[in-house]
Structures are given as structure tokens and as C-alpha cells.
Design a protein around this ligand. Structure first.
Ligand code: SAM
Length: 155
């Protein structure tokens, strides 16, 4: 699987996601601009020693990332208010799970252009606008891995 963080802002979230990617052999794509420096100690601390076990790529912009996608690459946009629940999607092993910025979420235009691939995680309290980014990544990634019967699990 591939995880894409668009313009991440909070170091511990990106660090947690890196650790998750290391544990699941998932490729991580980070799209600039970032809200931190890549040598930020908070980023390292949250990802601990896991960064060296992650295949990760840095992209200067969404456009630069999109241009290098292989033909037929399947992207899913994870954002609140999607028409579909994340559990209703049928994920394939090479798919890309795209997540938005902590403050602003994914750009509305990107979501509107991909309405059939816009997935929501259900919310149950009107006082809560959204979930933590790294929690969202864990939820959706493990649903995708579950659909692949956790192929490659080590015990
Ligand atoms: C903290 S949220 C973004 C803030 C949010 N757009 C807002 O202002 O209400 C950061 C990212 O987590 C993911 N996310 C958070 N809650 C979600 C939900 N209920 N369904 C799907 N994705 C969610 C999305 O990828 C989102 O871009």
C-alpha cells in the first residue's frame, strides 16, 4: 500500500505514520510544503528508530507527485463528509490512501473531482469535527490490509 500525507503540519503525526508504515511495509509519500523541518527532533522521536526502515518519498507539490504516478494508479481520498464509508471501498495492494493537512484537510477541488473515491470515517458526536490524522491513517490502512487477509504478516 501507499500512504500520502498532503502538506503535513504536526511532527508527531508524521512520525507516528512513519512508524506505522515501517511496521506494515507501506510506502510513505510526503507532499510539500511541510509545517516542520525534516530534521525536527519531534518527528524523529515520534517515529523513533523507524525512519530508516521506511521507504519514503518527498514531493515538491501535488502536481509533482501526480505526474509520476503509474498509469492506472488507484487513489482514495480520505476526508470527512465523503459519500462512501472507508469500509465500503475495495482496496487493492498498490492503492494510494491520501490524507489532508491537520488544519485544513484536503483541498475541496481535489475532493470534488474525485467524489466516488472520497471516503469518510464515521463520526458520532457533532461537537467533534474530525479525528486525529495518524489515527485515520491507522484505521484505513488496516482496513485495506484486512481486505488483503493480512498477507505477509510475520509472527
Ligand atoms: C484533523 S483532519 C483535518 C481538519 C478538518 N478538515 C476540519 O477542519 O474539520 C486531518 C486529516 O485527517 C483525516 N480525517 C480526519 N477526520 C476524518 C473523518 N471523519 N473521515 C475521513 N478522514 C478524516 C483527513 O484526511 C483530514 O484531512
Amino acid at each position: 500500500m501507499n500512504i500520502v500525507l498532503v502538506e503535513p503540519e504536526i511532527p508527531p503525526n508524521t512520525g507516528n505514520v512513519a512508524r506505522l508504515c515501517a511496521a506494515t511495509k507501506t510506502v510513505l509519500h510526503l507532499i510539500e510544503p511541510f509545517g516542520f523541518k525534516l530534521n525536527d527532533t519531534r518527528l524523529k522521536r515520534a517515529g523513533m528508530d523507524y525512519w530508516r526502515h521506511v521507504e519514503w518519498h518527498r514531493w515538491a507539490s501535488w502536481k509533482a507527485f501526480e505526474e509520476k504516478l503509474r498509469v492506472g494508479a488507484q487513489l482514495w481520498f480520505i476526508e470527512s463528509n465523503g459519500l462512501k464509508l472507508y469500509s465500503e471501498a475495495k482496496f487493492s495492494p498498490d492503492d494510494y490512501l491520501v490524507f489532508g493537512r491537520e488544519t485544513a484537510g484536503l483541498p475541496k477541488q481535489l475532493l470534488e473531482q474525485n467524489r466516488d473515491r472520497w471516503l469518510r470515517i464515521p463520526m458520532f458526536n457533532v461537537q467533534s469535527r474530525s479525528l486525529n490524522l495518524s489515527n485515520c491513517v491507522a484505521l484505513v490502512l488496516f482496513e485495506a490490509l484486512r481486505q488483503q487477509r493480512f498477507k505477509g504478516e510475520i509472527r
